[in-house]
Design a protein around this ligand. Structure first.
Ligand code: URA
Length: 236
């Protein structure tokens, strides 16, 4: 059973600051299971209680999950001094949203945005081996030797990558699937075979596939099935 204070619930559901929702309560605009309530400290049971403001039901979900098609020029962080953040693209009242994992500022594609810290942690933990697939364009001709080198494990200056799958779909165009997520990893792997990346887009993360209907900068909530598949993948 998950409980939340009335003032927090109303503030998170978009009814104003904590101070403003206190005023709303005092003015008797709020009911809990049909009874007027005025206390901001009252605990609400999110699974069973019905809260209404001015006769309208308050729809509040504790955890939210969005699939964003990240555009270039946005940083995968909650705050930044230079670039706009991916969180600024999401119109949602939850104050604790964060991106799961990082895409470079010049990388586009699938990014999960949530406030479910436990899930985010599991999806990015190296223990859980979550596959990440990227579409790549590079400067150079891709060869069968590259496929073999990626499968064997590319050696970078500071570590040896795990086996990665390279699927060539054009002379300089491919999909690459990795399980790790080290800093600039895909770019560094391609640099090590002398084929610098010119375009990088994440298209899948574990069971989650980037929805082709999402334009860059657009997002949508995950379906219940997508949430379940991510949760079960991250428990493995
Ligand atoms: N690898 C990179 O080099 N950059 C990203 O943004 C993601 C993976």
């Amino acid at each position: 059973m998950s409980k939340i204070r009335m003032d927090k619930l109303l503030a998170h559901a978009g009814y104003g600051t904590r101070k403003e929702v206190k005023g709303l309560l005092k003015s008797k605009f709020v009911t809990l299971n049909g009874e007027i309530v005025t206390s901001d400290k009252l605990k609400v049971d999110l699974d069973h209680d019905q809260v209404m403001v001015n006769g309208e039901p308050v729809n509040y979900q504790e955890y939210v999950y969005y699939m964003l098609n990240k555009p270039v020029g946005y940083v995968s962080a909650t705050m930044d001094n230079v670039y706009p953040t991916v969180i600024e693209l999401i119109d949602d009242v939850h104050p604790d949203l964060f991106p799961v994992g990082r895409l470079d500022v010049d990388t586009r594609g699938l990014l999960l945005i949530t406030n479910d810290g436990a899930l985010g942690h599991r999806l990015t933990s190296p223990k859980h081996h979550v596959d990440k697939t990227y579409e790549v364009l590079c400067d150079g001709l891709l060869t069968e030797e590259d496929v073999q080198a990626f499968a064997k494990g590319i050696e970078l200056d500071d570590f040896t990558c795990k086996s990665a799958k390279l699927e060539i779909i054009g002379k300089d165009h491919c999909y690459v699937t990795i399980q790790e997520g080290k800093f600039h990893q895909v770019k560094r792997m391609f640099l090590s075979v002398d084929k610098p990346v010119t375009f990088l887009k994440r298209v899948a993360m574990g069971p989650l596939k980037l929805d082709p209907a999402l334009e860059e900068g657009q997002y949508r909530p995950l379906t219940a099935q997508e949430i379940d598949s991510l949760k079960s993948k991250s428990m493995v």
